[in-house]
Design a binder for this molecule. Sequence first.
Ligand code: NAP
Length: 292
Amino acid sequence: MTKEKVTVIGLGLMGSALARALSAADLEVTVWNRTAAKAELFKPGEVQIADTFADAVRASDIIVVCVRDYEATADLFRVEPVEDELAGKAIVQLSTGTPLKAREASEWAKVVGATHLDGEIMAFPDAIGTDGCAILYSGDRSGFEACGNVVQAFGGTSQLIGADPGMAAALSNAVLSIYFSFAFGLLNGAAICDAEKVPLPLFRELVQSLFPVFDDVLSRSVDMISADDYESEHSTLETSAGALAQIAAVGRDAGLDGRLVECMRIYAAEGLEAGFGSVGNAVLFKQFRNRQ
Ligand code: NAP
């Protein structure tokens, strides 16, 4: 039986993992990377190495792209001889991007007669091809289904979340904003523990035991924002503003960098000034949205 052909453009940490997963799933994989030496790191027979970018594009009807960003992708693809080769092909863009760039790339793909599927990888390279991989896709369902074997080879819980090509990038950036708030907030907590001689394993244990509370905050906040109703029987913005002033004082007493807490304190203070002290914190969504 003829193997399905797929090309992978970009062999950084992520692109190499994608190429290996495709090869392990028994697809015929052609690879290309700007720095040719990276293509030599595969086992003999694992992939075909294209001599030129144009050869790599010609080799398969499905082209997976995982380079630094959309600009690097455009520099590679948006030149006439390459564009002329793209009719009927599917481009699976797995480089990180913004909703605007994903929509723009999708429009460009239509012009050259290709299908564009935008994917946002929510995993580290070692999870590719395992149950731990999660990739959000957006674009036409027919394009997604045509790339079914490729999507499946990456494993895990990949899903098409919508036809709007910008949706995957929007959702992944929304989730990343939580990830970084958590990751940076925990550094501030660790600095408090360190300064006050609280053992860090104890800090970790307590935070882990509180995950159900974070889950509850997520659900309540989404419900409040969706209903545009911020009445809360649990806690008010006024109470939160007090807690943030206290965290700031703890940091000052211990000589810590107070910038992160100050940023949150400013949001809470603005909410109080706007008269929202007696409702839940989620009311600050109005400030974050801040559409004129
Ligand atoms: P990486 O290891 O730094 O590799 C970057 C890749 O992009 C290399 O293949 C590099 O080629 C290529 N590249 C950069 N600029 C280029 C240009 N102007 N023209 C052609 N190729 C260019 O990064 P990575 O971790 O593989 O990440 C690749 C993409 O996956 C990024 O968009 C990243 O956000 C996304 N991603 C990564 C992870 C992760 O955990 N690593 C997770 C989710 C999403 P050279 O080898 O020639 O430099």
